[in-house]
Design a protein around this ligand. Structure first.
Ligand code: NAD
Ligand code: UDP
Length: 355
């Protein structure tokens, strides 16, 4: 039997590890490439003995030579504290990483999918966001390294497509959550759950009236695979997300219910350029991919709470205590991230040891 050989960059991360697992289940060979910046060996340890799974520790900022049929380009820190930790590196990961992966796709005639983001819409003035909307992005703010890096990556994908005929697919992922999120990544779902489970105050940034749409990771992975295998010529960009829209206050309430916790809500300053509202229009994904989310927030939160309960019990992240009690934003959050990394032994690309 012939197997598709699939390269997944960022494969040891939250979404990437679920994707690797699913692709293996479907009978593909998977090469997982990751520098373990925010990814963890624990996310893929259970795959290491799979005969069709291979792990390469590599930073996609650097050129690399791989033979493959498909590439999912997911490598990039996704949470604000992590992508703001070293913003220049974040931009390089998006831009140089895209160039290197597109180079492989061109040479191997591989199909390549880019994990873009709802952040390309910035603080949107159109609601819900359709793919036609060009966005409202601050080009020099704290979030720009990520937002503009991802926008430039989209540009490169479309130019490689137009100029060299590379077979591209671009998805714009909206907030995704689920098991294997890092407890210390500062994203709202992981923060609220960990705070609730530890009986700490729930940190609402700003008034809590800002909205987000939360997609459960299994639904997202299904959308990514459908997009990769979509009809020839359909490049996207296509939104992937759950259109259910919640304020952060509503999310806090649901988290308290899912954890049975009595934590109190406290308000902290809103981070710079924090989008006011976000909700995907997914009509294109429905039409082209026959895709829509199936896991609603209450159910997904329940599964995620269970994961964090177990993680906390087994002390997965040694820096957990320090990080989840972060009550600060902006530069101070970046300093806290540094603290986490320096205390996390899996951090750093210089450790050349195998898994
Ligand atoms: P994550 O931080 O868990 O995963 C990113 C992975 O990329 C990590 O394993 C990290 O170690 C790896 N990585 C980072 N820089 C790298 C580099 N230079 N070379 C090699 N590997 C590198 O984040 P995630 O939530 O799993 O996000 C995966 C992708 O999806 C990212 O590209 C992100 O921008 C995109 N995305 C995620 C969300 C979300 O809500 N989770 C939303 C929009 C877009
Ligand atoms: N947020 C919050 N409390 C937290 C973490 C985040 O109120 O402890 C808010 C944050 O200001 C933003 C929303 O939750 O408005 C989503 O934040 P996240 O970092 O998860 O994702 P993004 O802003 O990138 O969509």
């Amino acid at each position: 039997m012939e197997h598709n050989r699939i390269l997944v960059t960022g494969g040891a991360g939250f979404i990437g590890s679920h994707l690797c697992e699913k692709l293996l289940e479907q009978g593909s060979e998977v090469i997982c490439m990751d520098n373990l910046f925010t990814g963890r060996k624990d996310n893929i340890r259970h795959l290491m003995n799979h005969p069709y799974f291979e792990f390469i520790r590599h930073d996609i900022q650097e050129p690399v030579y791989v033979e493959c049929d498909q590439i999912y380009n997911l490598a990039c820190p996704a949470s604000p504290i992590h992508y703001q930790y070293d913003p220049i590196k974040t931009a390089k990961t998006s831009v140089l990483g895209a160039l290197h992966m597109l180079g492989i796709a061109k040479r191997c005639h591989a199909r390549i999918l880019q994990a873009s983001t709802s952040e390309v819409y910035g603080n949107p003035t159109v609601h819900p966001q359709t793919e036609e909307y060009w966005g409202n992005v601050n080009p020099h703010g704290l979030r720009s390294c990520y937002d503009e890096g991802k926008r430039m990556a989209e540009t490169l994908f479309f130019d490689y497509h137009r100029q060299h005929g590379v077979d591209i697919k671009v998805v714009r992922i909206f907030n995704t959550y689920g098991p294997r999120m890092r407890p210390d990544d500062g994203r709202v779902v992981s923060n609220f759950i960990v705070q609730a489970l530890k009986g700490e105050d729930i940190t609402i940034y700003g008034s809590g009236e800002q909205t987000r749409s939360f997609c459960y990771v299994d639904d997202l992975v299904d959308g990514l695979i459908r997009m990769m295998n979509s009809r020839d010529g359909f490049t996207g960009p296509v939104n992937l997300g759950n259109p259910g829209e919640f304020t952060m206050l509503e999310l806090a309430e649901l988290t308290l219910q899912a954890t049975d916790a009595k934590s109190k809500l406290i308000h902290l300053p809103l981070p710079e350029d924090d989008p006011v509202q976000r909700k995907p229009d997914i009509s294109l994904a429905e039409k082209e991919l026959g895709w829509g989310p199936t896991v609603q927030l209450r159910e997904g939160l329940g599964r995620t709470v269970e994961y964090f309960r177990q993680s906390i019990a087994s002390q997965v992240c040694p820096a957990l205590k320090k990080c989840v009690s972060s009550h600060s934003v902006g530069a101070a959050r970046a300093r806290e991230a540094r603290f986490c990394f320096e205390n996390d032994k899996s951090f750093g690309v210089r450790h050349a040891s195998g898994i």
